[in-house]
Design a protein around this ligand. Structure first.
Ligand code: GAL
Length: 663
């Protein structure tokens, strides 16, 4: 990583290493095999707390000392974890008040990881202590390349509903509303149903059982919960910092973990690290993977990031855990690299024999090294050595999709106009259309600087502040192009509708007024006058400056606009009032976006088959063939670093293969 000479050279390769599950003679074999595979970095000690501190205040670092020395002797660098995602059994017993309480009021069981309340002062003290002990002991060990604090904050304990959390929430609200409960009442709109609070003491977490709870309360509870986890991260980070100059991070779960607002997390880590698991049953899973990588890069502010976990093959927690097909692990890995990762790491090094994850794939499978999977692992190590020069380079994009976790939460609260409204569904539909058009995209926060993009797309911006709307207005006036999908610009940060007709704060920039929503029945469709089909949504759009590009031909809004375009200043703003998908004649989202891309002057390849993913990262072009037959791609000049050399800038990529060319 640029600026982090402590990390191994080139692209880091490795995975989670859990030697405590194995007798010591296996550790020696592990290091030998790591060298064979070209492993340079392992995440060590993630679930080690009960061994390091077998009883409260009693420590034993002897096994960790030995494994660290062994890895060091073998030239494998260490991403040293604090083990605080899995508190020991004694912690639960000694500190019963720290147990996680779910929304229904169940005290969650033990015998698993997480399980603690993020606001627990006892957890805070215990986790800080073990982090400090580790940093004091290993902070300047030459094998330690970086710190892996905790593991996946907020995965199964994102929100706790215990009395400790309730009290912490009240304190958080006091600070947010300057100690004045009337400000809270005004923000949440508590005159509705007479829900006004007389003091902060009266506020309770949004526990289960009550129907139609204040949505402002629910959103603030989500924000408070992010802050509780962030505080835990910061506390450990600050315990480590005085003893170590190595980069400190924690592994995010973009985009799987809805409750964590990673825009807020990004500034807290020295390098962004992400875990991504392919949804193997989805035929287009590789497109969702590309989206996750682009979103991670964007959260990292465009800087290189680290793929901290993915899988060599099947996971153990999907309904049907499909193995990866031949070449798929390599394509997945290199897609992450193409889109900005400076590492390829897996969960985990050696497949477990015990516990919940014994059927999860690993770098060393149960089948051992005489297996295709192991040969693929060794081959990938070789690929990554050849790609060392990619490290540190950037990906640039001309198009940005707006992504906001707060809008994601708000859109999917109860009592929306339709249960078919889904944040991810629209986001993925637009992402996929752009992917198939061979357009590389960034993601941006709606209030962030988007001035450098030719096109900004807002597939799901239900919650949008006035400041963000002004940001978009300025962007279009200055010559930007904007596409907005239905049910956007509707509410403020407290889920209160913006005054006046829909689409609220986006009315002016879009040049439309929406009189009424007409969500469609389950599986219902409408036709547009260009023959396209819409799903989920129809609404009565009245142009107020915009021109109709398409009208509804059927359904409750037949004869009224379905797609509009508003020339504004030096730019234009498009509005799409139904769910379009794919390619004409079915639905035409790609054709629509194609026209917008052309109008915005976005460069794109039109000569590639849809199964080819072509991404430029710095001086390298990655050509990934997801199809079943070889493809010939012209216009890629340079030296092939991976895959066959081309002639006159034309490369042939075998079925399922990857070619990387350096310019
Ligand atoms: C991750 C987690 C790992 C392992 C993996 C299995 O979410 O960090 O420890 O459980 O999932 O896919």
């Amino acid at each position: 990583m640029p600026g982090y000479p402590e990390l191994p050279e080139g692209l880091a390769y490795g995975g989670d290493y859990n030697p405590e599950q194995w007798p010591e003679e296996i550790w020696h074999e592990d290091v030998r095999l790591m060298r064979e595979a070209g492993v340079t970095l392992v995440s060590l000690g993630i679930f080690n707390w009960s061994l390091l501190e077998p009883a409260e205040g009693t420590y034993d670092f002897s096994a960790l000392d030995r494994v660290i020395d062994l890895l060091h002797a073998g030239g494998v660098r260490i991403d040293l974890a604090t083990p605080t995602s899995s508190p020991p059994a004694w912690f639960r017993r000694n500190h019963p008040g720290s147990r996680l309480v779910d929304r229904e009021g169940h005290v969650t069981g033990g015998a698993s990881r997480h399980g603690f309340c993020p606001s627990s002062p006892d957890y805070a003290a215990a986790s800080e202590r073990i982090a400090r002990r580790l940093a004091e002991r290993y902070g300047d060990h030459p094998a330690v390349a970086m710190w892996h604090v905790h593991n996946e904050y907020g995965w199964t304990n994102a929100q706790c509903y215990c009395e400790t959390s309730a009290a912490a929430f009240r304190g958080w609200l006091r600070a947010r509303y300057d100690g004045e409960v009337q400000r809270l009442n005004a923000a949440w709109g508590t005159t509705f149903w007479g829900l006004t609070y007389g003091s902060f003491e009266e506020v309770e977490p949004p526990r289960a059982g009550a129907v139609g709870q204040l949505t402002g309360l629910q959103l603030d509870y989500a924000r408070f919960s992010v802050d509780a986890h962030l505080a835990n991260f910061r506390r450990e980070r600050e315990a480590i910092r005085p003893h170590s100059d190595r980069p400190i991070t924690t592994n995010f779960m973009i985009p799987a973990c809805k409750p964590m607002d990673y825009w807020r997390w990004a500034g807290e880590v020295d390098v962004v690290a992400n875990d991504h698991y392919l949804t193997a049953a989805r035929p287009d899973g590789h497109i969702e993977l590309a989206m996750a990588a682009d979103l991670t890069r964007s959260v990292a502010g465009g800087r290189p990031w680290m793929l901290m976990e993915h899988s060599t093959g099947a996971v153990n927690w999907q309904p049907r855990n499909l193995a990866k097909r031949p070449g798929e692990m390599r394509r997945n890995s290199l897609t992450h690299v193409a889109r900005g990762s400076d590492s390829v790491m897996f969960f985990q090094w050696r497949a477990s024999r015990q516990g919940a994850e014994k059927f999860h794939s690993a770098m060393v499978p149960h089948a051992g090294t005489d297996s295709d999977l192991w040969r693929d692992v060794v081959g990938l190590g070789d690929d990554l050595r050849r790609l060392a020069g990619v490290r540190g380079s950037a990906v640039s994009a001309e198009v940005a999709l707006l992504w906001d976790w707060e809008s994601y939460w708000a859109l999917e609260l109860e009592w929306r106009p339709s249960v078919d409204l889904s944040y991810r569904e629209r986001m993925e539909a637009y992402y996929e259309a752009l992917w198939r058009e061979h357009v590389t995209v960034d993601f941006a926060h709606p209030a962030g600087d988007v001035s450098g993009y030719r096109l900004v797309v807002a597939p799901s911006s239900y919650l949008l502040t006035e400041a963000a709307a002004k940001n978009l207005h300025r962007y279009v006036e200055a010559g930007g192009h904007l596409v907005v999908s239905y049910f956007s610009g509707i509410v403020d940060e407290h889920d209160v509708t913006h005054p006046g007709p829909y689409p609220g704060v986006l009315r002016d920039v879009l040049g439309v007024r929406v009189e009424e929503f007409h969500p469609l029945p389950e599986h219902g469709t409408v036709r547009l006058d260009g023959g396209e089909q819409g799903r989920v949504w129809s609404e009565r759009v009245r142009p107020a400056g915009a021109e109709a590009v398409r009208a509804f031909a059927t359904g409750p809004d037949a004869g009224h606009p379905a797609v509009t375009r508003h020339p504004l200043g030096a730019g234009s703003a498009w509005y799409v009032a139904t769910a379009l998908d794919g390619t004409a004649p079915a639905s035409g989202l790609r054709e629509l976006l194609g026209a917008v891309l052309d109008g915005a002057g976005v460069a794109r390849r039109r000569d590639l088959p849809e199964t080819v993913e072509l991404v430029r990262r710095g001086a390298h072009t990655f050509v990934i063939n997801h199809g079943d037959s070889p493809v010939t791609v012209p216009g890629v000049t340079g030296t092939a670093v991976l895959g066959g050399t081309g002639h006159g800038g034309t490369v042939t990529v075998p079925a399922g293969g990857v070619t990387v060319v350096r310019h």
